[in-house]
Design a protein around this ligand. Structure first.
Ligand code: AHR
Length: 501
């Protein structure tokens, strides 16, 4: 039986401008994200730098604006110096995070060259696990100082004349996690992050810095970690990080489909925590949120780092995504946009092969996973100002989060063209929903696409890469200022409205 819902799109209900940095991704030295993912010298489609041009093209099509590098857990035992200079002189190392052998053929300068070709902003993570302030400063000098000092001249001797001028830096990764090399208490990390931030801002006060928040909202110190870290760093950092992975594998599909509501709660909780610290410190600054790892991850299929045998770029967590996963990814993007006034950076983890929208085979093809599509369409069409959209709709009962709204939506408005784009998910697994949209006068639909399938477990594969693609929606009607459409069960839809000629 169809349910019904309604919402209003009004350009005066503004939340905040769409921040391009919300469409970030993540390239970690993990599994096959770098090697045989973005970088595969000898591949028939590799360019002169060894970058796979098929992956570069897909990255551009995905609409990624920013890429976090080089980890992740990897960064916490990484020596950036190993990855620069003549390739034949670079050492092989043990990566303890993923029990992998790291040959270092790809490092900082290769990443920056790749990022320039992909047209993305680099977001660099520093090792504050096994290393500290001195090494962070050395990396920033190597990367960002024009020349005339030992490390900037070293970069120039490596063939990179102009500084990379990286603006966005993560002060470590997930240091609250006992799995992290150099794991710390909030007190230890807060001090180290503060001293590193102080030194980096002395180097360049306009750098944007991200302090590590909790690894996930289930950590025993969730909330108190952020409070203690921000008390130590508040005046020196710009963002606090959030990470969340949603696992479909426990069979509770209703809760899984409500992941966007959980992400929303997490964002509000950390924003409130940050504001509480700001109030205690009598500060006028507002800390923004960097949701720099988010995605769907079949985490319970991964048996942990200690179960891994030493290997070079092994196949790690190459999850195959289905239609339901894509709907959840679409709803997580909706949540990020709904919180555009607080979330300033977001990175889907990761870009290629490792829980990724882009899959590749070594020596073979690259293809789009199902989750590629809602990301690409959102990144392409979410422009201008995010509008507050509050659907009146039924709820879905979930074991994990209680009653959650069945319809999850956001919209953006481009003042210059008058266009409004609606992004909407029906989380109900059983019922389609008849949606009634009230529009400003003079707008008419120009495009309506939906991602849904008779078989919500359908996936894309190397043999059938376009099994799941967005298809034109049907049955959209306009009557004056009222548009009506039907949202299939478990669906993600985009509807673009533009001024009528
Ligand atoms: O993205 C995979 C891993 O998940 C990252 O290395 C780590 O930061 C997180 O726990």
């Amino acid at each position: 039986m169809a349910t019904s819902a309604r919402l209003t799109l009004d350009p005066s209900f503004r939340i905040a401008p769409v921040e391009p940095r919300l469409f970030g991704s993540f390239v970690e030295h993990m599994g096959r994200c770098v090697y045989t993912g973005v970088f595969e010298p000898g591949h028939p489609l590799a360019d002169a730098d060894g970058f796979r041009t098929d992956v570069l093209e897909l990255t551009r099509e995905l609409g990624v604006t920013l890429v976090r590098y080089p980890g992740g857990n990897f960064v916490s035992n990484y020596r950036w110096e190993d990855g620069v200079g003549p390739v034949e002189d670079r050492p092989a190392r043990l990566d303890l995070a993923w029990r992998s052998l790291e040959g270092n053929a790809f490092g900082l300068n290769e990443f920056m060259a790749w990022a320039a070709k992909a047209g993305v902003e680099p977001m660099m993570a520093l090792n504050l696990g096994t290393r500290g302030v001195a090494e962070a400063l050395e990396l920033v000098e190597y990367a960002n100082y024009p020349g005339g000092t030992r490390l900037s001249d070293l970069r120039r001797s490596h063939g990179v004349d102009k500084p990379h001028d990286v603006r966005l830096w993560c002060l470590g990764n997930e240091l609250d996690g006992p799995w992290q090399m150099g794991h710390k208490t909030a007190r230890e990390y807060g001090r180290l992050a503060a001293e590193t931030a102080r030194a980096l801002k002395r180097f360049d006060r306009d750098l944007s810095l991200v302090a590590c928040g909790s690894s996930n909202s289930g950590m025993p110190t969730f909330g108190s970690w952020e409070a203690e870290v921000l008390e130590a760093t508040y005046e020196m950092v710009d963002y606090i990080s959030l990470h969340a992975y949603y696992d479909p594998s426990d069979g509770d599909a209703d809760s899984f489909l409500a992941s966007g509501a959980d992400m929303d709660h997490m964002i509000r909780s950390i924003a409130a925590t940050a504001d509480h610290v700001g109030a205690k410190l009598r500060s006028r600054r507002q800390i923004k949120l960097s949701f720099d790892e988010w995605n769907v991850w079949y985490q319970s299929r991964f048996h942990g780092e200690s179960s891994l045998e030493w290997a070079e770029h092994p196949r790690l967590i190459e999850d195959d995504y289905d239609v339901t996963d894509a709907v959840v990814v679409g709803s997580l993007l909706i949540t990020l946009l709904r919180n555009a006034d607080r979330v300033g950076v977001a990175c889907q983890a990761q870009l290629a092969n490792v829980i990724a929208p882009i899959r590749t085979e070594p020596g073979g093809p690259a293809w789009r996973q199902t989750v590629f599509h809602p990301f690409a369409l959102t990144a392409r069409h979410a422009r201008g100002e995010v509008l507050r959209v509050e659907p009146e709709c039924p709820t879905v009962s979930t074991a994990r989060y209680g009653e959650t709204p069945a319809i999850w939506a956001t919209a953006t408005h481009r003042e210059a063209t008058g266009e409004i784009t609606l992004f909407v998910v029906n989380r109900d697994r059983r019922n389609p929903c008849a949606l009634d949209v009230t529009l400003p006068a003079g707008l008419a639909p120009v495009e309506h696409l939906e991602l849904a399938d008779e078989d919500p477990s359908a996936t894309n594969t190397a043999a059938d890469p376009d099994r799941v693609v967005p298809r034109p929606g049907t049955g959209l009607r306009l009557d004056g200022r009222r548009a009506t459409l039907t949202l299939p069960p478990v669906s993600w839809s985009i509807v673009r409205f533009a001024p009528q000629e």
